[in-house]
Design a protein around this ligand. Structure first.
Ligand code: CO
Length: 139
C-alpha cells in the first residue's frame, strides 16, 4: 500500500452555516461548495476548498448520526478525521486488516462518490483515518 494525497480533513460541526462563516470570514476561503445530505452515513456535508486540499464540514443528519455522538462530547464541534487517498479500497482494507488494524465496517460510497473505509483511531495513534479510493476525474 502507498499513502496517497491528503484529500480532506473532516470537521464535525453543529452548524455548517456557522462553520462556513468562520472559514469564509476569518480565513478568507472563497471556494465553498453547496452542502448536501449523505443519508447512508448520517451526515450533511459541505466542502471548503483550500489550494492543496479540502475541509469537509460534517453536520449530523438524523438521530443515529455518528456525528451526533461526537458533538455530545465536543459541543462546539472539532476535528473529526483525516482522509488520505489510496489507489484501491479493497486492497487497502485487506492490507490494513493483515497488518492488524481494525477497519470499521465494509467499504461504502463516500462524499466524493468513491468507496471509503475508516480505520479505528486506536490503531492509528488516536486519529480516525478515512481512506478513500482516488477519484478518476479531479474533483
Ligand atoms: Co471524510
Amino acid at each position: 500500500m502507498k499513502l496517497g494525497r491528503l484529500n480532506h480533513v473532516g470537521v464535525a460541526t453543529p452548524s455548517i452555516e456557522k462553520s462556513v462563516a468562520i472559514y469564509r470570514d476569518l480565513l478568507g476561503a472563497t471556494k465553498i461548495h453547496e452542502p448536501f445530505d449523505l443519508p447512508p452515513q448520517g451526515v450533511r456535508v459541505c466542502f471548503v476548498d483550500t489550494p492543496n486540499s479540502q475541509v469537509e464540514l460534517l453536520e449530523p443528519l438524523g438521530e443515529s448520526s455518528p456525528i451526533a455522538k461526537f458533538l455530545e462530547k465536543n459541543p462546539q464541534g472539532g476535528q473529526h478525521h483525516v482522509c488520505f487517498e489510496v489507489p484501491d479500497i479493497d486492497s487497502a482494507k485487506a492490507e490494513m486488516e493483515a497488518k492488524g488494524a481494525r477497519v470499521l465496517g465494509e467499504p461504502r460510497i463516500g462524499a466524493h462518490g468513491t468507496p471509503v473505509i475508516f480505520v479505528h483511531p486506536k490503531d492509528m495513534g488516536g486519529v480516525l483515518v478515512e481512506l478513500m479510493e482516488t477519484p478518476k476525474a479531479p474533483h
